[in-house]
Design a protein around this ligand. Structure first.
Ligand code: ZN
Length: 258
């Protein structure tokens, strides 16, 4: 375990998984429950460009705009940060300063963010499936692409079907990312989404694919989808690279927004 990840794990008590997750990080990720929220944390990038990324999932919010606006005050932490929100998921990207960041500081900041979040976003019911209308008991989290979920077996299958449908829609509407994918907020995000999908599926040639697939969909649909994404590569090969927080966000969204 990389030193900083280990420190954060010790401070937060979140367990470490050897899983690149939405962060596509070789350092693995931390994922689990904190204050009723499902939190995944990873370190992204290299050297000066290293960032701490956190994907925080909550049950619901009444006002996404107010929730996102309330995160503004955290942007000054270590000289800038980025917050993006989609549905039940908040993605935080905190640039790591050259010196002085440690697990304790990151954990303090995370807890401040969670306290602010708690004013506007309802946490999950631990022990209950998060599936819409489902009250099945769930005793542990499931990682879906490194994102923590409280989800029962039946809902996993239902969600896998919906994700497959999203992929199919995306692939059959090449001229319109916004309709084909799941964003309605602009070209930059859509481009990020495309590159997230590409980088997610295409960059590993060392056997990581099977690990990723095992993490995303323990239900066998993924292989067909991966093949379809490969076939679709020509449509989106000219998309320019996006920033780390953008692709983390999009990668997170792709598998958590249902
Ligand atoms: Zn369920």
């Amino acid at each position: 375990m990389a030193p900083l990840i280990k420190e954060i794990s010790e401070q937060t008590g979140l367990p470490w998984f050897n899983n690149p997750g939405p962060f596509k990080s070789t350092k693995g990720l931390l994922s689990g429950v904190r204050d009723g929220y499902l939190v995944s944390i990873g370190v992204v990038g290299q050297g000066m460009k290293e960032c701490i990324c956190a994907v925080i999932r909550f049950r619901r919010t009444a006002d996404e705009k107010a929730l996102l606006a309330s995160m503004d005050r955290f942007k000054s932490f270590t000289g800038g940060g980025n917050f993006q929100l989609q549905g039940q998921t908040l993605v935080c990207t905190l640039p790591k300063p050259i010196q002085g960041t440690n697990g304790q500081k990151i954990t303090e900041k995370l807890d401040q963010i969670l306290r602010e979040l708690a004013l506007r976003a309802q946490p999950f019911d631990p022990g209950k499936c998060e599936g819409e209308g489902c009250r099945n008991e769930v005793s542990e989290i499931t990682l879906i692409n490194g994102n923590a979920n409280f989800i029962c077996g039946g809902c996993k299958i239902r969600i896998a079907g919906k994700q497959e449908e999203k992929r199919r829609r995306y692939l059959t509407t090449p001229s319109n990312y916004l309709k084909g994918f799941l964003f309605g907020t602009g070209g930059a995000l859509a481009a990020g989404a495309a590159s997230a999908v590409l980088s997610y599926w295409m960059t590993d040639d060392k056997g990581m694919m099977s690990v990723k697939l095992a993490c995303i969909l323990p239900f066998g649909i993924a292989m067909a989808a991966a093949f379809m994404v490969k076939k679709g590569i020509g449509k989106i090969s000219r998309v320019s690279p996006s920033s780390p927080h953008s692709w983390v966000f999009c990668s997170a969204m792709f598998f958590t927004t249902v």
